[in-house]
Unconditional design. Structure first.
Length: 218
């Protein structure tokens, strides 16, 4: 099917008659995750190329006007975000004095998964030098990592980062992660020395590892 004929048969006829940019703004105001150009073309019954051009024009218009929000292409789709320079105002409203950030332990574990994925819990623990089962549960609950099959040799569950991770990091894809090549040899050496010595605990058991700061996560 060509781009010109991409449409949603179940949409009312009035949808195709709507002004494109305001219609895009209305849809993007209510999305729960970045909307792809293909999805928007189907919903608004317009060619994908027309949708793509309109989205980029809107993004440029918001930038020129200096609005408090911006339209970004993240994780393969488009979504509204508040501008970084107004982060303090947004944080004050959303958190209202409370801290909902990941702990240092969780950030370290997330970094290992991001750069070594697909990776098992035992290998993540080996790189960090401490059992990370409790932290992995937190990352799963936050939707930042997910299961992705098992390791053929051991049957261990493998983990990868999610599209939500890309969205929160403001990345289009994993290829935009910063280069860590200078640090990888050290990580390989740590894993080789510790892999056999780091136990993998029952993920459903209470977390009794030495990661005290894991207990502050929520």
């Amino acid at each position: 099917m060509s781009e010109a004929t991409t449409e949603a048969p179940d949409q009312p006829d009035g949808v195709a008659a709507l002004d494109l940019k305001p219609a895009l703004e209305a849809v993007l105001m209510v999305v729960d995750e970045p909307a792809t150009e293909e999805q928007l073309a189907k919903i608004l019954r317009r060619p994908r190329r027309l949708i793509a051009d309109a989205l980029r024009e809107l993004a440029d218009e918001y930038a020129v006007q200096g609005r408090g929000f911006e339209l970004r292409l993240v994780a393969g789709g488009w979504r509204f975000y508040s501008r970084p320079e107004y982060a303090a105002a947004v944080e004050g409203f959303v958190l209202d004095g409370q801290h909902a950030r990941l702990t240092q332990a969780a950030l370290e574990t997330l970094a290992v998964v991001a750069y070594r994925q697909p990776v098992s819990r035992s290998r993540v623990s080996a790189v960090r030098g401490v059992n990370c089962d409790g932290v992995m549960r937190t990352l799963l609950q936050r939707g930042l990592v997910e299961e992705a099959g098992t390791e053929p040799e051991t049957g261990a569950i493998l983990y990868v980062t999610t599209n939500y991770f890309l969205e929160r990091m403001g990345l289009r894809g994993l290829d935009e992660l910063p280069e860590l090549a200078p640090f990888l040899p050290e990580a390989e050496a740590i894993e080789a020395d510790t892999l056999e010595g780091v136990p993998s605990f029952d993920p459903d058991a209470p977390d009794s590892s030495g990661d005290a700061d894991d207990k502050t996560e929520f």
